[in-house]
Ligand binder design. Structure first.
Ligand SMILES: Cc1cc2nc3c(=O)[nH]c(=O)nc-3n(C[C@H](O)[C@H](O)[C@H](O)COP(=O)(O)O)c2cc1C
Length: 215
């Protein structure tokens, strides 16, 4: 029998997160958790899958699943269409929140901050390592626009294939990377009886402060 939503309940007992284990800045902890997620999480969920939330001009939130494609001391990089709904929202309100959920490890990481476009050369470098089909798709698909049907998309792809018959597709100006510059990173480790561990890092005057939040 299918359980009711109210009956769906799992206790989290795998691990804990203590201040003693946590570094003074969040990046190395994210890298450690990410490496453990790569080792532990089962396909088909890619461990770099996250949810990205943005807000529109009316302050209404929108979220969607994206793939994290880069991480360094500056921040968290993902790629998309600059003219898409998220692209327009980020152009007007350059702030976003990102959530990773690694269910096997019973972990969640929440990242919030300002978002900026990466340098065109960086977008181009990543674009060039994408499979040909994805590169053509970035040219062909006017992401987030209403289209008349699948046939229109296929026609746009066929046209793009013709255009790039004799030349490798370069990175379109409407496509590229964004970098989220974190101001807050929270690590959540599930614990028994919903008494989870939450360690929150907050950037204040360029220094990371660490604090524990009630679950
Ligand atoms: C697993 C998964 C990975 C995705 N990765 C990306 C991505 O890296 N970039 C992207 O633009 N869209 C990606 N998408 C599609 C987005 O969820 C979304 O449909 C698209 O970006 C349009 O969003 P928008 O209309 O809010 O701009 C992915 C979807 C899924 C389910």
């Amino acid at each position: 029998m299918t359980p009711t939503l109210a009956d769906m309940r799992r206790d989290y007992i795998r691990d804990g997160l203590s201040e003693a284990q946590a570094p003074s800045e969040p990046f190395s902890l994210f890298e450690q958790w990410f490496a453990e997620a790569v080792k532990t999480e089962q396909l088909p969920v890619e461990p770099n899958t996250m949810t990205l939330a943005t807000v529109d001009d009316d302050g209404r939130p929108h979220c969607r699943v994206l793939l994290l494609k880069g991480l360094d001391a500056r921040g968290f990089t993902f790629f998309s269409n600059y003219d898409s709904a998220k692209g327009q929202q980020l152009a007007a309100k350059p702030y976003a929140a990102m959530t990773f959920f690694w269910p096997t490890l019973e972990r969640q990481v929440r990242i919030e901050g300002r978002v900026e476009r990466v340098a065109p050369a960086e977008s181009d470098a990543y674009f060039q390592v994408r499979p040909l089909g994805s590169r053509l798709g970035a040219w062909a698909s006017p992401q987030s626009r209403v289209i008349s049907g699948r046939a229109e998309l296929e026609a746009m792809l066929a046209e793009t294939e013709q255009r790039f018959l004799d030349q490798a597709p370069h990175c379109p100006s409407h496509w590229g990377g964004y970098r989220l510059l974190p101001e807050r990173i929270e690590f959540w480790q599930g614990r028994a009886s919903r008494l989870h561990d939450r360690l929150n890092y907050r950037l204040q005057d360029s220094v990371w402060l660490r604090e524990r939040l009630a679950p």
